[in-house]
Design a protein around this ligand. Structure first.
Ligand code: MF3
Ligand code: CO
Length: 313
């Protein structure tokens, strides 16, 4: 039985969206930088803070220091992502028609642990498995099970997240099983293009809205819609951090992008309308309201000095 409602989806809903008023606390110029590098502020993030404050004075939403990672933290996230990608590769090698999604859960749990990692979804806010497997009209947060057997023609998203030495990474891929219709193959392809177009827009001194606008435009041009209530998120020190990342906002709006920010690009693209509901039995799995299919790809990226680095795919 299913109904409308948001279940326990507190993690990534728009109400949590970047509302905090940002008052920057600055160390003295000769004091240690807030980033934990051990360097003097004037030789570390002082110039960056000056620039951020300039944007804030112009009325833009700007990131807090907690959203800006230092090089050591980014390396930690890269190491975590190395496992996350290897886990997705292991799934890609074995996934097939006739496989229960419960087997994907086992592959993810075993591969992650063999590499010294921990699957981040397991026990996260009560989530019962190590991975999300979302089939056809399931938008996201599908729970693997021995009873859900992948069929010829299914499209499925496998969403993996890893903790390694305290650092989190998060990415997902779509898999087409057997003979997938042209129509559904197009949905999977366009969803991937949306993510790739979003990545191209992710650069310092741009805005989250730049990413959202290209994604929404490309989806609409293809007759699709973008899910509004669930979005991307900062990631690295925790599973879900600020900022919350919408994929339906406008160019030049939303949070300023700054080197050191690490977040996901993970638009959910629906073949039909954007409306969704949450399964009221398991309180997790999100479905399209109209029963049409949905596709999603996810990467973790870091904003760099001159663009971005894809950390996990
Ligand atoms: N991996 C999902 C994301 O991209 C989060 C899943 S939460 C879980 O944000 F508990 F369902 F794993
Ligand atoms: Co995510």
């Amino acid at each position: 039985k299913k109904s409308e409602g948001q279940g326990n989806l507190s993690l990534a809903l728009s109400e949590k969206s970047n509302m905090s008023i940002n008052i920057m606390k600055r160390p003295g110029r000769n004091e240690a930088c807030w980033c934990g590098s051990g360097r003097k502020y004037k030789q570390c993030h002082e110039a960056l803070d000056d620039k951020i404050l300039m944007y804030q004075r112009q009325g833009h939403i700007v990131p807090d220091h907690e959203m800006i990672k230092n090089p050591e933290q980014i390396q930690g996230i890269r190491d975590s992502a190395k496992i996350n990608c290897a886990v997705l590769d292991a799934v890609a090698e074995k996934i097939c028609v006739g496989m229960p999604t419960g087997d994907i859960d086992r592959i993810v749990a075993e591969t992650t642990r063999a590499m010294g990692g921990i699957p981040a979804p397991l026990n996260y806010e009560g989530y019962p498995k190590s991975v999300c497997t979302s089939i056809n009209d399931q938008v996201c947060h599908g729970i693997p099970s021995a009873e859900d057997i992948l069929k010829d023609g299914d499209i499925v998203n496998v969403d993996c997240s890893t903790i390694y030495k305290g650092y989190f990474s998060d990415s997902s891929r779509m898999f087409c099983l057997g003979n997938v219709s042209e129509e559904d193959q197009k949905l999977v392809r366009v969803a991937k293009e949306c993510m790739e177009l979003g990545i191209k827009e992710a650069k310092p001194w741009g805005f989250l809205g730049d990413i959202a606008q290209v994604i929404n435009d490309h989806a609409i041009e293809n007759g699709y819609s973008v899910v509004r209530e669930i979005g991307g998120h900062g990631v690295g020190i925790e599973f879900h951090e600020e900022p919350w990342v919408s994929y339906v906002t406008k160019r030049g709006t939303e949070m300023l992008l700054v080197p050191g920010m690490v977040f996901t690009i993970e638009p959910m693209i629906n073949a039909g309308r954007h409306d969704i509901y949450v399964d009221d039995e398991n309180d997790w799995t999100v479905y399209t309201e109209d029963g049409k299919k949905s596709a999603q790809w996810e990467v973790t990226i870091a904003i760099t000095e001159d663009g971005n680095e894809v950390i996990s795919w």
